[in-house]
Design a protein around this ligand. Sequence first.
Ligand code: ZN
Length: 331
Amino acid sequence: MVRAAGDRPYLASALYSLTVVPSDGVPTMGVDRHWRCYVSPSFVAASSVPELAGEWIHEVAHLLRNYHGRADLLPTADRRDQARLNVAQDCEMNDDLLADRLELPEGRAAPGDFGLETGRLFEEYLPHLPPSAQCFDCGSGAHGAPGDWEILGPGGQGGVSTVEAEALRRHTAEAMRAQRNRGSLRGGWQRWAEQLLEPAVDWRRVLAGAVREAVALAAGGVDYTFHRPSRRTAALRGVVLPSLRRPLPVVAIVIDTSGSMGEDDLATALAEVTGVLQEVGVRGEPDHRARLRRRRAHRGAGDVRAAGRAQRRRRHRHAGRHPGGPNAPVS
Ligand SMILES: [Zn+2]
């Protein structure tokens, strides 16, 4: 690690924030979301110092580039395919690391292994990888799913909070910007630092991720509650059983336009919202139930607001059986 931090001083803060956890379970090295780095002692013994320096940088790059956070925004099927997701992420970062003349252990994936061009994001590589794509497991700090060898949760040994991680990313990006001015920073890291310090947000990706996350949360939101005891309680003297509760989400999307938004922009926004809702299995209703109100407060500018109530079809049917509406018990 000292070698890695010495060779790439802009990564020093991030590297020294890792908590090293020796583990015989991890194949080589892997990271979790809390910046714990699991290290196989046998891998360390069998690797050269330059290889280990490259591997440390590889692992910390998973965390700096927030791969697990980006993975959380993918469709469920892509998130579950952890092996391919890990390969796609390694492709995104390894072409930069190899161009930076870092040594990586044998078997590390790169875009060229799959006939893909360099310089892309892992989200772009993922659909082009074969189902059989495999690489070393880099842990939940990469693809999001904890390995058997990981400590679960933020507690226990070491750990970096979400806020601290964001501060580390910003600090590293600023150090990289200073390094860029000296002309010795590779393209991939340059793009990452610029995007982090001066983000150009792809609103389509953010919208799709936010809706998927909300729907996934609601779909998994079945839990026990004592607000309304189970009907089976009556059969058990002296025992109160909880009922199951499933919240029914109300989705409201506001498109607030300024004078720079024309009819075409509005149509694009509505089409994108409808598309995302349909993709995640939610029936958007901007056509017949949404209120679309356009106020022309002044010439050439408009304020458009679309608000809709959308629920999953099966929940519509379900709500029909339980007139209790949102938060109605389901048992
Ligand atoms: Zn990796």
